[in-house]
Design a protein around this ligand. Structure first.
Ligand SMILES: [Cu+2]
Length: 369
């Protein structure tokens, strides 16, 4: 178990921590102690019930914006600590926005204004906050939106610049733990002219977490502060759970041959860079780092998505297949759960890919050698 002193020293070395945020350091460290024992009171009370499904539906996102003028949004988010399952039968104490990982996708147009209210559920064990990278302001809003259990606070901000951005809990001294437990999501600020049309959109959130137990072992999962300090993640996942968005768990995403699909992916981290790759396809158009003001890259195999950043990337679907989206740091995809599937249904297209070339008439001279 990591000691309070080492934590304090770590914060000092990082030049950050509780003092920077004007916070009571004793409370921050007390929370750390509680968490390292894995005894979150509110979720312990819920453990007699079925664990929540924390895995966010990747299609549960707001539609593209068609407006030509700015508007004002009233947005409410709730910090909610829930017990879920990171693997079947492996309970894990999550911290979430609105009970899901990632938190809800917020979608606005450049020039819109947003009044964001963060409620912290009364059963929470600690305070929570929110830092939005789409915001000009102290802490990305987090300096004001530090909310104790049972309380709520609000800020109003203008979406000045376009892009796809992370939001995350930024509770002083513990934000790495809270993000590892699930407290992150995406805010999309569409450019004034909107984004190019696609047929389907999917929303993924990658993060990693640090547990005393390894994947595949039985029983509940306890948070491991030592592994966090050493950045030795035991799980790397999309949408909060091991292989969550696959046919073998909560189901694959679906699409059809001839369609175009767009993936919004936010990497919460807290520490690991993702190398986002669609096995059997290519990112045909990608806004690197979610930067809509920069022309998209074309035909990219693996997109680096740093922690605290996002990507927006499109695929063409010329052939039927199951596309497996992975972090191409392959040990993570093979062993730690960072895999999602898109099942593409439709007619074969042998001019693009032919699985039975010997049964088909030759389409031209063959290359020898
Ligand atoms: Cu938090």
């Amino acid at each position: 178990m990591r000691s309070n002193i080492s934590r304090r020293e770590l914060l000092r070395l990082l030049g950050t921590g509780a003092a920077l945020f004007g916070m009571d350091t004793r409370r921050a460290f007390a929370v750390s102690e509680t968490e390292s024992r894995g005894s979150i009171a509110s979720t312990a009370a819920a453990s007699a019930h079925e664990p929540s499904r924390v895995v966010a539906d990747p299609t549960d996102i707001p539609p593209p914006i068609k407006r030509g003028h700015p508007i004002h949004h009233e947005v409410a988010l709730e910090a909610l600590e829930v017990e879920g399952e990171i693997e079947p039968g492996a309970k894990y104490d999550y911290m979430t926005f609105n009970g899901k990982v990632p938190g809800p996708m917020l979608r606005v147009r450049r020039g819109d204004t947003v009044t964001l209210t963060l409620h912290n559920n009364i059963r929470s064990t600690t305070w929570h906050s929110i830092d939005l990278h789409a915001v000009y302001g102290p802490g990305g809003g987090a300096d004001i939106l530090k909310v104790l259990p049972g309380k709520a606070k609000s800020v109003t901000f203008k979406a000045v610049f376009p892009g796809a951005f992370i939001y995350h809990c930024a509770v002083p001294g513990e934000m790495d733990v809270h993000i590892a437990r699930g407290m992150f999501g995406m805010i999309v600020v569409e450019p004034e002219q909107g984004l190019p049309h696609v047929d389907r959109e999917f929303y993924l959130g990658q993060n990693e977490t640090y547990t005393k137990q390894l994947p595949g072992t039985p029983g509940p999962r306890d948070f491991d502060s030592d592994r966090l300090l050493l950045e030795q993640a035991t799980y790397v996942v999309f949408n909060g759970a091991y292989n969550a968005l696959t046919a073998g768990r909560f189901g694959a995403m679906k699409a059809k041959v001839g369609e175009t699909v767009r993936v919004f992916m936010v990497n919460g981290g807290p520490n690991l860079l993702s190398s986002l790759h669609p096995i059997g396809n290519i990112w045909s158009r990608a806004w690197f780092m979610g930067a809509f003001a920069t022309p998209p890259m074309r035909f990219v195999q693996s997109l680096p998505v740093p922690p605290g950043s996002a990507i927006v990337a499109d695929m063409e679907l010329p052939v039927p297949q199951t596309i497996r989206i992975v972090d191409h740091a392959m040990t993570r995809a093979m062993n730690k759960g960072v895999m999602a599937e898109i099942e593409v249904a439709g007619k074969e297209n042998p001019g693009i890919f032919n699985a039975n070339p010997l049964k088909s008439p030759s389409t031209g001279p063959r290359q020898r050698g």
